[in-house]
Design a protein around this ligand. Structure first.
Ligand code: NAD
Length: 308
């Protein structure tokens, strides 16, 4: 249930909880576009960095609640952090947040989204799961894509904010459905990185260059976002600086597996994706860029070259 009476589209006050790679960039974008922002992060280092870059920061969650933002955006690592911030002992619920809605832009668990939405009803605050794609650069530029799950009237009310933060957003249905769609998307990205990488390894063993193969794939029906964006932007030049870590991809594939575990059908490719990503853990620690998975595949021309 949304308790909005007057939605101000000219100036919005947005609380952002989680000032990591994504949340910090979202804050900068909103400030650039003339909106009022109050940020908070549990890490004093993240708060300091944000403050030094001109993002107004609350010292704790209570101060953020007292600042009375119209909207609260979450950009937190995992579902457990979202539940803690929204419903835990010192949380938005216990502190009596008065806002139109909490918009969770973390990639989270659909069931956790439903629990949080239900818990926030106690304080009459609406909730949307609105996980995003586009990385820190998309967050900074306001060109993310967001997949949204919430009540239809909440989505309508959120649209002016989503228009500032994203280039495209899509309403998929009730709370939880944004995360279902996002996890399916990331399953395909996780699998596709390995699939395109294998194609590159096969082609280079036959004497083609990775650059030539990627160009050829992008002319044909085998092309994908991985061949059109990831390889040209982060892999061929070995920059590996997308801002999305291997640890986050492993988290998402684990969540897909948990969704699959609730159903009756077998989904062998999702299991394979999870096992390949887990088995690469020694060669590719969680904090490294997720595109570096290509370097762990057999016969990769990139395995011996150190990232730039
Ligand atoms: P990050 O680790 O850089 O940032 C998360 C921040 O949350 C950290 O600064 C951490 O200190 C803070 N935090 C943790 N617990 C907190 C709490 N209880 N209260 C306040 N702050 C807390 O992660 P990120 O890369 O910014 O990703 C955030 C979310 O966005 C994740 O769910 C991720 O899956 C998703 N995502 C990331 C990308 C990307 O390219 N990085 C892209 C799409 C989606």
């Amino acid at each position: 249930m949304c308790k909005i009476q007057h939605i101000r589209v000219d100036l919005m006050h947005v609380g952002i909880i989680g000032l990591g790679k994504m949340g910090f960039s979202m804050a900068q974008n909103l400030l650039d576009k003339g909106q009022h922002v109050t940020g908070f992060d549990i890490s004093s280092e993240a708060r300091k960095l944000a403050q030094e870059s001109g993002v107004p920061v609350a010292e704790n969650l209570e101060a953020l609640v007292k600042a009375q933002p119209d909207w609260v955006v979450l950009s937190l690592p995992k579902a457990e952090h979202v539940e803690e911030v929204c419903l835990g002992p010192a949380s938005l619920r216990s502190l009596g947040l008065q806002a139109n809605a909490v918009i969770d832009m973390s990639t989270s668990v659909p069931e956790a989204s439903r629990r949080v939405a239900s818990g926030l009803q106690d304080i009459n605050v609406a909730f949307a799961d609105a996980p995003v794609s586009g990385g820190p650069s998309g967050a900074r530029e306001g060109t993310m894509i967001s997949l949204v799950g919430c009540a239809e009237d909440t989505y309508r009310d959120l649209t002016p904010l989503l228009d500032i933060m994203t280039s495209r957003h899509m309403w998929l249905g009730d709370v939880g459905s944004g995360n279902v769609a996002k996890l399916c998307n990331n399953l395909l990205v996780g699998l596709n990185l390995i699939a395109v990488s294998e194609a590159v390894n096969i082609a280079t063993s036959e004497g083609l260059s990775p650059e030539a193969l990627i160009q050829a794939l992008n002319l044909g029906s085998g092309r994908s976002a991985v061949s059109e964006i990831n390889f040209p932007r982060w892999i061929l030049d070995q920059s590996y600086d997308s801002g999305f870590t291997a640890g986050l991809m492993r988290k998402d594939l684990q969540l897909v597996e948990e969704l699959v575990g609730q159903g009756v059908a077998d989904h062998p490719l999702s299991k394979l994706a999870l096992s390949i990503w887990h088995e690469s853990q020694n060669d590719l620690p969680d904090q490294r860029d997720f595109n570096e998975i290509v370097r762990t595949t057999a016969g990769s021309p990139f395995s011996e070259i150190e990232p730039n």
